[in-house]
Write a protein that binds this ligand. Sequence first.
Ligand SMILES: C[S@@+](CC[C@H](N)C(=O)[O-])C[C@H]1O[C@@H](n2cnc3c(N)ncnc32)[C@H](O)[C@@H]1O
Length: 309
Amino acid sequence: MISTVTPGDFARSFGTTVDDFSDACRRLMEETNFRFRVLEGASRDAVVLQVLKKMDADRQKIGEEARTQAWFAGWAENLEAYRNSGHSREALVPRFIRDGQVIRLNGQYVQPENPRFELDYMTVFRTWLFGKYLAGCPSLHEFGCGTGLNLVLCADLFPAMELHGLDFVQSAVDLVHAIGVAEGRRLQGHLFDMRHPDRNVRLKPGSGVLTFGAIEQLAGDFEAFLDYLLDVRPAVCIHVEPTVEVYDEDILFDYLAARFHRQRGYTRGLLPRLELLESERRIRILKRKRLGFGSLMMEGYTCMVWQPV
Ligand SMILES: C[S@@+](CC[C@H](N)C(=O)[O-])C[C@H]1O[C@@H](n2cnc3c(N)ncnc32)[C@H](O)[C@@H]1O
């Protein structure tokens, strides 16, 4: 049976209500194909088998030295494609977002009709999220910004905002810089290692901070970065990160994602750490929400929003 994601479904996924969606968000929902088929019975078994085999074959270890070179090379390819394509935004899509895959939606594996379903769902989410929490910020720092996809969306939503993309590999910094020049945007790239934060990087009063699939890469070594954030006092901090603590490991569907998360060594403990900081009245958590959405192997998009007290 074919179903579709309705505005009400998006609202439940994001933890909001339909009347909270801007016109831009509504247009994206209406104009994009969000139809999908839920995989059941033998089709679902085949996906579970595929997930298990992928896990057995996977050798990636998050945070290893070799990963730095992998990120550098990956973003260098995007940079070259960006230059060769005459600055096409299409060249900014990371290759780890794969077209046409089975994805995870509300506790089920589903086959989307639209090969770009994951990216398009995320565009709706980011349009809502950034509009909700970043409107009014004079500037934004995205740490671990990669190809700058989130920053160009912010540039479209908030043309006057000063945008900073920070990453620990030079190819990402160069790419963000190239976008700023090509599009005439207030967008700059900077080298920054979140494991060894440079305290000289200060934020303007009222600024926003974003990490999107970046703290996950620190293999749990995020304390120095959190300390830095508490020191520079952004007006609002948004993290969209895979969060192993939100899974219910008594359910096969969740257990598989949690096992993959642990096997690769993605960061654990961020949400509990934020909750501890909240109990110590050092921060206020404005939002924590599992989207119930993700790629084949895990859900990378649990949303946490907080501000220093
Ligand atoms: C999964 S990508 C996400 C990129 C981007 N935020 C996005 O949403 O497309 C992770 C990013 O974190 C960066 N990264 C990994 N370790 C880092 C570190 N220690 N300091 C800063 N950036 C880091 C990588 O270079 C990469 O750009």
